[in-house]
Ligand binder design. Structure first.
Ligand code: GSH
Length: 361
């Protein structure tokens, strides 16, 4: 029996998992996550409706792309998407957090403000694969409402949209410059950072037609990188750059993360601390309130998501595991990207993510 990926073509995190499984040359088949699959497989095993989910050949259920990736990194061995060297590995983990937890803002903005009618059809193709296009549109309109409802919660509003677009277009220009020189973030092999970025940059910002046109027009090298990521020609191949090199073209991208996402993560950390003090022994909610965030000088409010801190904790744990000389090298990188305060977040409430549940310990 092979492994099964329950996912969908329009799903951000399914794209991340699929691209990784293909590069890792995993023997799997993808099954569309229809309402029946949610009811019969996903909800009973994971406790909520979420994709992607992997059922391994021995029947274990994996949810969350990071968990899925780490499972196969361990079980398969072989070439790894985690660089061995300190600066590259830290930067890769940070960029996974940036892609997974921050670029969902431009992803959802462009999807819902430029592709709304089209995407209802896509929701319908997942919810009712055998229906006619008209029926799919109607079914999809209902199914998509839940996701449309996330848009304001993510901080996407009339006031913030011009800043979100300015930020995204500059990010595209920065990534375009990088991918003009390198196949992937750290050389000729994709890293965990590439997989973080591919979620939003494939399913939403490349595959959604209007968003894809914007990417092709402004950043053709980014579109070419998306194709390299999702149409895997040489699994398990390539190398990371020698000497733990962080190409200069990555610095503006890391700086953007520190400028935009880090202050937000600091607020979420402090709000989580307050929430835990007031709600001892209570299961963590998905959001612990609304937090300010600022993009290109414009401030909005978005849900304060503790899960984002769990993603960051992976990078901080890696830093903490390093010996002093390697830490000093990473410190220099953090100075270069304006991210020294990142290390203060190591005193953030500690989180675990076990059995599909996020818990403060
Ligand atoms: N961090 C998770 C996120 C999974 C996720 O949010 N998936 C989306 C679809 S791409 C979903 O099912 N959202 C519905 C929900 O969470 O309520 C991962 O990496 O797998």
């Amino acid at each position: 029996m092979t492994h099964i990926l329950y996912g969908a073509p329009l799903s951000l995190y399914s794209g991340k998992a699929r691209a990784y499984l293909d590069w890792k040359n995993i023997d799997y088949r993808e099954v569309l996550a229809t309402p029946d699959i949610h009811r019969e497989v996903i909800i009973p095993n994971v406790g909520r409706s979420v994709i992607p989910v992997v059922q391994t050949a021995d029947g274990s259920i994996l949810q969350d792309t990071t968990r899925i990736i780490d499972h196969f990194e361990q079980s398969e061995g072989g070439p790894s998407i985690y660089p061995d060297t300190p600066r590259q590995r830290l930067a890769a983990l940070l960029l996974e957090t940036f892609g997974d937890e921050w670029l969902v803002i431009p992803a959802m903005h462009y999807r819902w403000n430029y592709n709304e009618e089209w995407v209802y059809g896509e929701f319908g193709k997942t919810a009712a694969p055998d229906a006619t296009p008209d029926e799919q549109y109607e079914v999809g309109k209902k199914a998509g409402q839940r996701f449309r409802g996330f848009v304001p919660m993510l901080g996407i509003s009339e006031a913030t949209i011009p800043a979100i677009e300015q930020s995204y277009e500059t990010l595209l220009a920065d990534l375009n410059a990088h991918f003009s020189e390198h196949d992937f973030l750290f050389g000729s092999r994709p890293s965990i950072g590439d997989y973080g970025l591919i979620g939003p940059l494939y399913a939403h910002n490349y595959r959604d037609p209007e968003s894809g046109k914007i990417m092709e027009r402004l950043a053709p090298q980014v579109a070419a990188w998306v194709r390299r990521m999702v149409e895997v020609e040489k699994p398990l191949s390539g190398t990371f750059l020698p000497d733990d090199d962080i190409p200069g073209t990555l610095l503006p991208i890391l700086r953007r993360m520190m400028d935009e996402q880090l202050p937000y993560l600091e607020r979420v950390s402090s709000m989580l601390g307050d929430w835990l003090a007031e709600n001892p022994d209570t299961e963590l909610p998905r959001a612990v309130g609304m937090a300010d965030f600022t993009v290109e000088g414009v401030t909005g409010q978005r849900i304060a998501v503790p899960f984002s801190l769990w993603m960051l904790q992976r990078a901080l744990d890696f830093y903490a595991s390093l010996e002093d000389p390697d830490k000093r090298e990473c410190d220099k990188l953090l100075v270069q990207i304006g991210g020294v305060e990142l290390l203060d977040l190591s005193s953030s409430p500690r989180l675990t993510f076990e059995n599909h549940v996020l818990t403060a310990v």
